[in-house]
Design a binder for this molecule. Structure first.
Ligand code: ZN
Length: 277
């Protein structure tokens, strides 16, 4: 069974390239609900300053998005703790999302060049974030932008800061991370730990590669993420008019491959989320 995550907005400057990117809490929630109706079980949420459109992790904005989504559906909400890191947002500000006790949150484990910026995730800060998540029963998704990041996650597991089943997001195609090729995806999957239970998903950046690598990921037994955070194109030269269109496309591919799509409640069981919804 495949878990589809939608990442409706992200932190990057995609608003310069597409008029369809959701910016305000109302728009982000509306896009998420439509993506849920199209088949997404998880929503990976960033928030933006409605005036500047730039990433702006803020408890009030997150709360509004969550409340608006919850009025309409039970999609699993995964808040980012990386959001805006490569664009100069401090680690402290990035962590504010955890105050809201989401069921699920992203965890970045490595410092790296990310596009034209530097994504700072010093080891002691990563441990601190992992500890807060553990104490608050928030399930982390460890975002791995290269093969070595999987080992950093394993170190956290060995220290008792991550619990089984570990959840990995294998991210390919960030400038500064592992390039998005089929060989690299297979290599990352083969590098996943054998000594503990884990579940993984593919995140592939850019219109040229996204649906190809997501298809390969599904064949290899992984989950998938779509959405304008990762790719704004539905096909070559055709902008997606909504995140739901991107979800619908991956649902079509999954069904052609004979795969079942998890509902949010099925995904909660598969991911073993520690909180009650
Ligand atoms: Zn993100």
């Amino acid at each position: 069974m495949i878990i589809i995550t939608v990442a409706p907005t992200g932190s990057g400057p995609m608003w310069k390239e597409t008029p369809y990117l959701p910016i305000t809490p109302e728009q982000i929630a509306e896009e998420t609900v439509k993506a849920y109706e199209a088949g997404a079980a998880v929503a990976h949420i960033h928030v933006r300053n409605p005036k500047t459109k730039e990433p702006y992790p803020d408890v009030k904005l997150y709360r509004e998005v969550i409340e608006r989504i919850r009025e309409k559906c039970d999609i699993i909400i995964q808040l980012t703790t990386g959001g805006g890191g490569p664009y100069g947002i401090s680690l402290e500000q990035r962590m504010c999302a955890l105050e809201l006790n989401p069921e699920f949150a992203s965890l970045n484990v490595a410092t790296m060049t990310f596009g034209n910026g530097i994504f700072l995730n010093p080891p002691e800060a990563v441990e601190k974030i992992a500890k807060v998540m553990l104490e608050r029963n928030i399930k982390p998704e460890v975002e791995c932008y290269d093969v070595g990041h999987i080992n950093l996650a394993l170190q956290l597991f060995e220290k008792g800061l991550l619990k089984e089943p570990l959840r990995f997001g294998l991210v390919l195609g960030v400038k500064g991370g592992i390039p998005a090729t089929p060989e690299n995806l297979m290599h990352m999957v083969s590098a996943l730990p054998q000594n503990c239970r884990c579940r993984w998903g593919v995140i592939a950046i850019g219109g040229k590669v996204q649906f190809k690598l997501l298809t390969l990921g599904m064949i290899l037994g992984g989950d998938v993420r779509v959405g304008m955070e990762d790719n704004i194109y539905l096909a070559k030269g055709v902008l997606a008019k909504s995140n739901a269109e991107l979800v619908a496309k991956v649902v079509r591919i999954a069904k052609e491959l004979g795969m079942e799509i998890a509902t949010p409640s099925e995904a909660r069981k598969l991911l073993e989320l520690p909180q009650k919804p």
